[in-house]
Design a protein around this ligand. Sequence first.
Ligand code: BGC
Length: 407
Amino acid sequence: MKRKLLSALLSAAMVAVLLTGCGSGSDTGSSAGSDTGADAGTTTEAPAPTDDADTGADTSSANAGGSKIGISMPTQSLERWNRDGEYLDEQFKAAGYETILTYSDNDAGRQVNDIQNMLAEGVNLLVIAAIDGEALNTVMNEAAEAGVQVIAYDRLIMNDAVSYYVSFDNYTVGKLQGQFVESTLDLANAGDTVYNIEFTAGDPADNNAGYFFNGAFDVLKPYIDAGTLNVVSGQTDFSSVATNQWNTDTALERAQNILSSYYADGTQLDVWLCSNDSTALGVAQAITSDYAGGNSVLITGQDGDEANLKNIVDGVQTMTVYKNVSNEAIVTLALAKAMMSGDAIGESLIPSFGIECAYDTESYETSEGNKCPSFLLVPSVITKDNLQDLVDTGLYTMGDDGYLKAN
Ligand code: BGC
């Protein structure tokens, strides 16, 4: 899945201005683009073990003062992290840094090991998307002792060694899903009509999962309370609807159980609120194979994974909340540069990103009372009607078969 990433970066960042509505566009993609002339330097096998085929676990040196960045991603089995790992690795290298990139196969113990190896290799800064936000205490303390700064990438780590958090506005992701259901079914004007709904949320070990679920649930709860929405299974609390490791098969099995227990008698199902695409894939599969009704069920998602975009074209999934992870990598690189240069960090950094983003010092805590300054990017809704917006980012191509492919 090697992409022509570098050549796509500038145009992608520029079109992202259109998609995410970012500011002046005066300096789009500058963080990634400004240093692309850097000597890519030598490429050697990284000593840190990596799990999967396309590890990208190379190091290269160039002109960023010999600084080395450790990039620790959770797994290659969920589509988006392949993109994140690749964008981060390519963008940091293009800016002249050495990198070590690892994927830890969704194994929290392995991620600790991978990060320890990075510390042993003398990384200057860590960018970590945690498998389990609570499981990195030992290695975070080791990073702090070694004076290595940490950016929590996309998922927050529950340890005060984290300096900054870069993510999307996770609560808004869920809110967009809930609002999509609300407006599509015109719930506010539903009168006596009752719609049946089920929920599937994410991995309890992932700090984001609760934000996504709460964002959606807070929008829909008044309609549940009023009886306009009916959760036929009665499963509405996060722990009942959560999906370990965001696993597609786990979501599929739970959906099959719910369909056979509550809908086999012909009860109509109208909505399945899924927090992301990997779980939506399992739910859609269960509905295709096990749902007795003839109506099309509104299914939500998140990420813009290829299989889900195909389902959207085919009318099997209704929407996904798209998060441009190339932009997330651009913001991370710009922040890392500022951290390593000792620049002032805050809202004033945002114009240099060329990407719409909020600086939030209130919403996230790494421990009780310890706020983590966060840069939060803006998610957007994708349906069958605006798939072209994804093509316009430069990160997807429309295939001859009418389906989108990630570049
Ligand atoms: C990410 C989502 C993703 C999920 C599963 C979350 O932390 O924010 O984009 O769908 O993990 O990979």
